[in-house]
Design a protein around this ligand. Structure first.
Ligand code: MF3
Ligand code: CO
Ligand code: CO
Length: 273
């Protein structure tokens, strides 16, 4: 399969799919408090999707070699890097959790976005990790424009993250998205400037860096999904779905409740009017 270029109708459909995914996170945000279990978060997410007329892309999702994913969202707590399976365990003050939402609209378009949530007051190290990972995602997004290359995105993220003494997970990457959950291209969160696929208007992909406080090495748990840091250090991730426009980019997975965009970001919808 090759990289799909979305036409105006596809772009409009993806704007809606991605906004809806973000709005599931908006609905969850006030409820993600000390004492809630990640399984309760999963049920609330399922309810929110039902209310908006979407369905989860993750329930039963089964790439080759994996067991079917059993839940509506991924909930990745503390040292869990990604793909954490919701469980009957309450979140406690000081935890950090990533909630990753992928919805499918009735027309079959996928929207994918994730955010970090800090449970009560967190350590300075945890807050710094979440904030720097958020900035890293936006620095990657800021590289996006027609004519830039995928390596520019990866390099911007890697340089910033490693410059702050943190590490970038290599085994998982962003991805093209549209009428499939995971399409080409793979969007690595490390790399060299000026290398890789050249970006063209109409490409849509996610940028979703996973950043560890300790070493970048990971390990998979026996459930076949949960990925943790090998050294058990904290890990954070943020994810947006982004459209390449002739002059820049448009972040599709924004919503009313999305966290403030960093000051260094020049434009969010920079299409040539
Ligand atoms: N939403 C994840 C991503 O950003 C993929 C989750 S697959 C699952 O690509 F099966 F673990 F849910
Ligand atoms: Co994704
Ligand atoms: Co995701």
């Amino acid at each position: 399969m090759s990289i799909t270029i979305k036409d105006e109708a596809g772009i409009a459909a993806m704007r809606e799919a991605c906004r809806l995914a973000a709005e599931v996170l908006d609905t969850l945000t006030p409820l993600i408090q000390p004492g809630i279990t990640t399984l309760e978060i999963d049920r609330l997410a399922a309810q929110a999707m039902a209310a908006q007329g979407t369905r989860s892309a993750t329930v039963g999702y089964q790439p080759p070699g994996y067991p079917p994913y059993p839940a509506h969202v991924c909930t990745s707590v503390n040292q869990v890097v990604c793909h954490g399976i919701p469980a009957d365990k309450p979140l406690k003050k000081g935890d950090i959790v990533n909630v990753d939402v992928t919805v499918i609209t009735p027309d079959g378009w996928y929207g994918d976005t994730s955010r970090m949530f800090e449970i009560g007051d967190c350590s300075i190290a945890a807050r710094r990790l979440c904030a720097l990972t958020y900035q890293a995602m936006w620095l990657g997004i800021e590289q996006v424009r027609a004519g830039a290359r995928l390596g520019d995105i990866g390099h911007a993220i890697q340089k910033f993250v490693e410059g702050h003494g943190l590490s970038v997970v290599r085994e998982f990457c962003g991805h093209g998205i549209g009428q499939n959950f995971h399409e080409e291209p793979q969007v690595l969160h490390y790399g060299r400037p000026g290398t890789g696929v050249e970006l063209e208007p109409g490409m849509i992909f996610t940028i979703e860096p996973m950043v560890n406080v300790g070493r970048r090495d990971i390990k998979e748990l026996p459930d076949g999904w949960t990925i943790v840091t090998k050294d058990r250090s904290l890990s954070a991730q943020w994810e947006h779905t982004v459209l390449v426009t002739p002059t820049g980019y448009e972040v599709l997975s924004l919503s009313a409740g999305a966290p403030a965009i960093p000051d260094f970001v020049k434009g969010v919808a920079r299409a040539a009017a």
